[in-house]
Design a protein around this ligand. Structure first.
Ligand code: CTP
Ligand code: CA
Length: 234
């Protein structure tokens, strides 16, 4: 069995995986969200546990935890940040789609269609504020003594400014993680889909390794193989 060689090769590592898209409340019943299904994050957590790691899965979706994974449920980017920063993991994989912005104020009661009786046809204006960049914070903290291996994701569509890989490389320049997993999204590609094509970029941008189209478990194994080559031996 070709899997025997890597059986439990992550034993001794505490890995934290984030999964799903954050939900930023507008009022008690509505939120700003995104199309991330969380499937790649769950596959990463499941495979890490199979390979012997201690796994914390920080998730925005209601899917039960894979066997052997400790689940922390969160909704917002701020909650996800607290959960990530509270853990003392050897490896942090930021597979979650974290909202860049959130509504400045969440209404405490449901916003009504006629929310201003003096102007029955008025529409609400939602002002957004920036969310913290969790991966950037982890990179900053690394200068302060913590040394987790950091894995980022870049879900890109490609545009006039450049291809998926171009955008991934500039993301790596802005946030120099140890490994960047770039994948193409949009037009029904990848989000919620079972097969995906990804590019694994090394931290210094020197190498890029293409995987797929492959299922998310195969992609997860490839990501952990790459992490295994970087992570401190335990
Ligand atoms: N990320 C994060 N905190 C945020 C936004 C993103 O930790 N507030 C992480 C994501 O989990 C992902 C990586 O940063 O691992 C890249 O996210 P992405 O949205 O692709 O990049 P951004 O830096 O937010 O840039 P942009 O959205 O403009 O492409
Ligand atoms: Ca973003």
């Amino acid at each position: 069995d070709p899997d025997d060689a890597r059986d439990r090769d992550l034993a001794g590592l505490h890995v934290l995986v984030t999964a799903g898209g954050t939900r930023e409340p507008l009022d008690p019943v509505r939120y700003l969200g995104n199309r991330s299904s969380g499937k790649q994050g769950y596959a990463l957590a499941a495979v890490a546990a199979q390979r012997g790691a201690q796994v914390t899965l920080v998730s925005t979706v209601s899917t039960p935890a894979p066997p052997g994974c400790a689940l922390v449920r969160v909704e917002t980017a701020l909650q996800l940040r607290d959960a990530v920063l509270a853990a003392d993991a050897d490896v942090v994989v930021m597979a979650a789609a974290v909202a860049d912005f959130r509504p400045e104020h969440a209404a405490t009661a449901k916003i009504k269609k006629t929310f201003d009786p003096a102007a029955p046809d008025a529409v609400p204006v939602v002002r957004l504020v920036r969310n913290p960049d969790i991966l950037a914070e982890l990179l900053t903290r690394r200068g302060e003594g913590t040394t987790p291996v950091l894995v980022g994701f870049a879900a890109e569509t490609g545009d006039e400014q450049g291809s998926v890989l171009d955008h991934a490389r500039s993301k790596l320049a802005r946030k120099p993680v140890d490994l960047l997993v770039a994948n193409e999204v949009g037009d029904g590609v990848t989000f919620g889909q079972d097969d995906t094509t990804v590019h694994l970029l090394s931290g210094d941008g020197s190498s890029s390794h293409d995987i797929g189209p492959a299922d998310k478990t195969t992609v997860a194994h490839a990501v952990w193989d790459a992490v295994r080559a970087i992570a401190p031996t335990v």
